[in-house]
Design a protein around this ligand. Structure first.
Ligand code: FAD
Ligand code: SF4
Length: 552
């Protein structure tokens, strides 16, 4: 805890409790405390600092150093509601102060104008909840700009980018081998490569160092604050106000309400598993698209028997993961892609859905090599290479330095049966119902993945790969983009929150994180999650100042 942090008594009715100190929660905590409100942030994970981060691959990828630990908080998974779910990892997210932004890859793409109005432009899609958002790109644009400037984003607009009111605050990061090959290959094919917008500093910014290109970026915390996480940016700002307490190791198990249906506070477990009740005038739930829905369902009561904020029955439904279409290429010369950040160039030529393709979907393409030595040795070599002895070593040496992937980030349609619900049997280490994930990609989601895998193969060919192969196109059983489970909308019967992120059912409950999404965009949701968080904060502050939030 920093010196500036207050320590609120739990019986004090603070103005706001924010649940989750991640991409959205960090911003909301900073905005509300800066506006003069008392804020307690309850975060289940630890409060790690730069000095706590290291480059230990086993710790990060096998021992859940920065992410949710499936041994303590198991998930179950099934493809369809009729199938029996089996306990297996199904979602991954950053479980610490900073949430996903502490360890993410840091791709930071704005949505395009079309993302908010696709249903009006393309029509309905049978078997889905495909819909327009209740807000437009123009309404969100000032908040995209605010996020880019407050957090520190490096980039340069490309030909397909939506309009912007200000340039990026920082120039793009230096191009890497995979970026250069992507750009060369793309130009040969008549496509339009552009620098990747990244939440990583290309130059020193607001007292933080520029990226030193250490190479342990995706999946790791940044030791020099060059990754523009909420941990390195807005959370310290919130603390400086002297009105924001970050209470880490605090696992919220219920949002409490009174008989009049108003939120009174939250019950959480502290690190010793003691239950504590924190009173609050209002709660802002920012626990991500998976845990937010789970917590609302767990928070059921006599007054809210289907879970909190769930009179529509929509809580947990329309889960979207974003898809991926992959290809791998090997080149004659060394690329040494293990250095620096993951991505430096992208292509948005195929962003929009094109009816000529015969199915719905679009996406963006990047080039990267985001696999570390142990992971690579265990699972990323070409299938025919030996797995033991001198030839195995030779293959590792040859391929590790000369390979790159193309990664198409694609749309997922909002399908009602794809959902977060409570497992009837499995429990977590605190005795709470485990998260049950039901997910089966819409056929169009698989078609767009294949489309991007094919474009990747074309690109690798044009870039001069000596060997290339397409990644498998398979139904998703695991997600890191957790979107859509408490969708925004104007109709309380078909959505969970209104356009200002206020729950339709409870005047002093706000929900803002990946769960608010109506459609999935084309991967890289964090830029939009954070723009939404700035926008939601403005409206919550306005309502609180006007006396429109009626607390218990
Ligand atoms: C390996 C990896 C790479 C990624 N790379 C990118 C990328 O390049 N670009 C991109 O846009 N996105 C990326 N993402 C996704 C990105 O991290 C998420 O979309 C984003 O962080 C979600 O923001 P959020 O505010 O919804 O939730 P989060 O950032 O997940 O924050 C939620 C917080 O709430 C806490 N919490 C949950 N439940 C409780 C509870 N009951 N009590 C208390 N606290 C709770 C969690 O511990 C967490 O800290 C990546 C994700 C992963 C896993
Ligand atoms: S590559 Fe740069 S931003 Fe990423 S962890 Fe290393 S220094 Fe930080």
């Amino acid at each position: 805890m920093s010196a500036q942090q207050p320590k609120f008594e739990t019986q004090t009715q603070v103005d706001f409790v924010v649940i989750g100190a991640g991409a959205a929660g960090g911003i909301i905590a900073k905005e509300l405390s800066t506006a003069g409100f008392q804020v307690v942030v309850l975060e289940q994970g630890p409060y790690l600092k730069e000095k706590d981060f290291d480059h230990d691959e086993i710790k990060h990828f096998w021992q859940a150093a920065l992410i949710n630990d499936w041994k303590k908080q198991p998930n179950s998974f099934r493809k369809t509601p009729k199938a029996k779910a089996t306990v297996q990892p199904a979602v991954m997210y950053g479980r610490m102060v900073g949430g996903g932004t502490a360890h993410f890859t840091a791709n930071y793409w704005r949505f395009h104008e079309i993302d908010f109005v696709e249903r009006s432009k393309l029509g309905t899609i049978s078997g889905t909840g495909f819909d327009d958002w209740p807000i437009t790109y123009a309404e969100l644009e000032p908040y995209y700009t605010k996020a880019e400037w407050e957090l520190g984003i490096s980039g340069q607009p490309g030909p397909f980018d939506p309009p912007r009111s200000k340039p990026y605050p920082l120039p793009p990061l230096p191009i890497k081998s995979a970026g250069a090959l992507l750009a060369n290959g793309a130009r040969k094919l008549g496509w339009h490569p552009q620098p990747a917008p990244m939440a990583i500093l290309s130059q020193p910014y607001r007292g933080r160092s520029a990226c030193s290109h250490c190479g342990f970026c995706e999946g790791y915390g940044c030791e020099i604050k060059a990754k523009s996480s909420t941990l390195a940016t807005v959370i310290p700002e919130a603390e400086k106000t002297g009105r924001c307490e970050i209470r880490s190791g605090s696992y919220v198990r219920k949002i409490e309400t009174d008989n009049a249906g108003r939120v009174t506070g939250v019950i959480y477990f502290d690190e010793k598993k003691t239950e504590i009740f924190q009173r609050a005038k209002a709660v802002v739930l920012c626990a991500n698209g998976a845990e937010t829905a789970r917590l609302l369902l767990i928070s059921k009561s006599n007054l809210f028997p289907n879970g909190l904020a769930n009179s529509s029955g929509v809580v947990g439904k329309y889960l979207m993961f974003n898809g991926g279409g992959f290809a791998t290429g090997v080149f004659e010369h060394e690329l040494n892609e293990f250095k620096s950040v993951a991505v430096t160039r992208i292509i948005h030529d195929f962003y929009d859905s094109d009816p000529k393709r015969g199915f719905y979907g679009g996406g963006g393409l990047d080039a990267r090599f985001d696999v570390y030595p142990i992971g690579y040795a265990l699972g990323a070599l070409p299938r025919e290479t030996p797995r033991w002895g001198a030839d195995y070593k030779k293959a590792l040496k040859q391929y590790y330095t000369r390979s790159m992937f193309t990664f198409g980030h694609t749309t997922s349609l909002p399908v009602e049966r794809n959902s977060i619900s409570l497992d009837p049997e499995a429990k977590d280490s605190w005795g709470l119902p485990a998260m049950r994930v039901t997910y089966k990609d819409h056929p169009d989601d698989l078609k767009i993945m294949k489309f991007f895998s094919d474009r990747g193969m074309e690109l690798l060919d044009a870039a001069g790969a000596t060997k290339r192969w397409a990644g498998p196109v398979e139904e998703s059983t695991f997600g890191v983009h957790l979107l859509g489970t408490c969708r925004m909308g104007n109709d309380p019967k078909r959505s969970v929150v209104n356009k200002y992120h206020r729950a339709h059912d409870l005047a002093n409950l706000f929900i803002c994180d990946g769960s608010s999404f109506v459609t999935s965009g084309r991967g890289q949701p964090t830029c939009t999650i954070q723009a939404l968080a700035y926008r939601a904060s403005d409206h919550i502050i306005r309502m609180a100042k006007n006396g429109e939030i009626k607390s218990a």
